[in-house]
Design a binder for this molecule. Structure first.
Ligand SMILES: [Zn+2]
Length: 298
């Protein structure tokens, strides 16, 4: 079943809303936010995107909980939790980090100083900073990462590519556009929503940049497995292997690649003000300044 999205909201409008809501806060007279318990933050996060929406192979939810709990007054949102982002959270006195990708995935046998991941966890434990990772639950949920990636397109219908029991949630999105746009316009829209100056592009066989796009299949992150076999004019994802791009383009499907996390990170800007509102503005929600895709086009 397809659900109607109505008209899309431009990323500029969303940014304005985000700026406005960060001004309207519930700061106490000492400039601090009153804060809520960690349990309450987790409950609000899982009301937005229940853990059951995560893929079975994923590792989502509360991943680090300090031994001595403390109220959460400041949260740092990041796509990837690097050592620099962990230090940023500590420097900004955040009690919690929400890292979209789970930093703990493969089992750990120690928490010592030998690897950057262990140093991150060691720092979090020492500084009593809790860590939550939503990952694929945010991909699947309505209003999550994939819907953000779809937001620059004027869509008539949008539906998950791989649906769950509830057909309005699931992996990837297939969009039917209200009116056809050119491939060039589609590229501009992707640059607009991601804030990127450059994207990678493979034009479909026998296609021109002026040719019309009426259907877009997208998947934030690494979309090959979700997009495989989907019939559309355009694929949009973060990264794909050479042979998958070749296969799509030879079938006449054009492909836009943004780099993996650049197809995900922009959602944090939108979600920061949304989460602050969901927490009754009792918590300050920041987006990391250090977090970035390791790859750039030079
Ligand atoms: Zn990803």
């Amino acid at each position: 079943m397809l659900f109607k999205l109505g008209r899309s909201v431009s990323s500029k409008k969303l940014l304005l809303l985000s700026n406005f809501s960060s001004i309207v806060t519930s700061k106490m007279s000492n400039g601090k936010f009153p804060g809520v318990s960690l349990v309450d933050v987790v409950s609000v996060l899982e009301k937005f995107a229940p853990k059951e929406l995560s893929e079975s192979w994923d590792n989502t939810g509360l991943l680090v909980e300090p031994y001595s709990p403390r109220p959460v007054t400041k949260i740092l949102l990041t796509n990837d939790l690097t050592e620099d982002v962990a230090l940023e959270a500590d420097g900004k006195e955040c009690e919690m980090i929400i890292s979209y990708h789970p930093p703990i995935f493969a089992p750990l046998k120690s928490v010592v100083q030998k690897s950057w991941k262990e140093r991150v966890l060691s720092l979090l434990l020492e500084k009593r900073i809790s860590l939550y990772s939503p990952h694929t639950s945010w991909d699947c949920v309505k209003g999550g990462v994939n819907d953000w990636l779809a937001s620059p397109f004027l869509v008539a219908e949008s539906a998950p590519i791989i649906t769950r029991t509830d057909p309005s949630v699931g992996a990837g999105r297939i969009l039917k556009l209200q009116t056809g746009i050119s491939l060039s316009e589609a590229i501009s829209k992707v640059k607009e929503v991601t804030g990127l100056q450059y994207v990678r592009f493979a034009i479909g066989r026998n296609k021109l940049l002026s040719d019309e796009v009426r259907t877009v299949a997208l998947c934030a992150g690494s979309g090959s497995s979700v997009l495989k076999g989907v019939v559309a004019d355009l694929y949009l994802t973060g990264e794909m292997l050479h042979h998958d791009v070749l296969d799509a383009s030879q079938k006449g499907i054009s492909v836009i690649l943004t780099n993996h996390s650049d197809s995900e990170r922009g959602f944090l800007r939108i979600f920061s003000s949304d989460l602050q509102n969901r927490l009754d503005k009792k918590v300050q929600v920041l987006v990391s300044n250090c977090d970035k895709d390791p790859l750039v086009t030079v």
